[in-house]
Design a binder for this molecule. Structure first.
Ligand code: DHB
Length: 305
């Protein structure tokens, strides 16, 4: 459980530890997210919720590749209304919940944000960066002005912190992060999955029904770390690192690059729910071995030359 010095404050949210699950991997069932919390995570993050129920893409939607997982689920979810009961259940258990969500239009973003805040979400994470739904909610994260506008519209209607999750599939992620900050983002989550694909040599076809998908896991860690680094050079708001964290050393590297907390997703598949507790223990040990009193003393240290 949370050791001394492990507590962090992210955008006004006091968390007992700097680890969370990454949106998506464990879906959103309350009992599974509760297990993440019981392992020591500071908060849990739901799979992205949308304005209406969606069944997602047809199979195959997930495949294991070298160093990670490739998925194109197509944002399946029960719709925000269909999830509120589950959210209340988690809140009833005392679990801090970050509700990830997406929408297509500004009014939808606003009404969804209000519904999630009313149901007790402790923070929102705007998924502006799913690589798998061309056109519609899609890659708003590729356009700085859209990111700023959507962020501002959500900030106008809720009091709780708003994290904006960015895509690595852009030319200038630092510029997009600045736009999110201008729009009022309370934190930046960096990053979502990398757009990728797999082809089956025997069938001579793409493996995923959607052809392309989002790559997660250790294969993307150095890309995601570079994104956090670049963002940390230009924004003041806290950064939540995400991408290929599977042990305490990865988490510390993200903190040194500028992250105040990390989200762990794919590693749960290989290491089980215990991964959150193990990363926390390793971070605690690193702090004491290096004479550091808290995670906040590590954040951004690698930038100080
Ligand atoms: C999906 C959504 C994402 O944001 C992502 O990074 C990968 C997959 C999806 O549901 O398809």
């Amino acid at each position: 459980m949370a050791g001394e010095g492990l507590a962090v404050e992210v955008a006004g949210l006091k968390l007992r530890s700097p680890t969370m699950n990454a949106s998506g991997v464990l879906g959103m069932s309350a009992p599974l997210l509760k297990r993440v919390y019981d392992s020591g995570a500071g908060a849990v993050v739901t799979k992205s919720l949308g304005p209406a129920a969606r069944s997602g893409h047809i199979n195959p939607t997930v495949i294991e590749v070298e160093g990670g997982i490739l998925n194109a689920m197509g944002l399946p979810n029960p719709g925000i209304e269909g999830y509120l009961e589950e959210l209340r259940e988690l809140k009833g258990e005392g679990v801090p919940v970050v509700a990830s969500f997406f929408a297509t239009t500004v009014p939808e973003f606003q009404s969804d944000a209000k519904a999630l805040a009313r149901a007790g979400a402790d923070a929102l994470e705007l998924n502006l960066s799913c690589p798998n739904v061309g056109g519609e909610p899609g890659m708003c994260a590729a356009d700085a002005l859209s990111v700023e506008r959507v962020t501002r519209s959500v900030k106008q209607v809720v009091q709780i912190p708003v994290f904006v999750k960015l895509s690595p599939n852009v030319t200038d992620i630092a510029g997009i992060a600045v736009a999110a900050e201008k729009g009022g983002a309370d934190a930046i989550t960096a990053v979502n999955t990398l757009k990728a694909m797999a082809i089956d040599a025997d069938f001579r076809r793409p493996v995923l029904s959607n052809v392309t998908g989002g790559l997660s896991g250790s294969a993307i860690k150095s890309v995601a770390l570079r994104c956090v680094w670049e963002i940390a050079e230009v924004v003041k708001v806290p950064i939540i690192g995400c991408g290929g964290v599977s042990n305490w050393r990865d988490a510390i590297e993200y903190m040194l690059a500028g992250a105040s907390a990390v989200e762990i997703g794919t590693a749960v598949m290989n290491h089980g729910f215990e991964v959150y507790g193990k990363v926390n223990d390793g971070v605690t040990r690193y702090l004491s071995d290096n004479g550091l009193g808290s995670v906040s003393e590590v954040v951004g240290l690698a930038h100080k030359r």
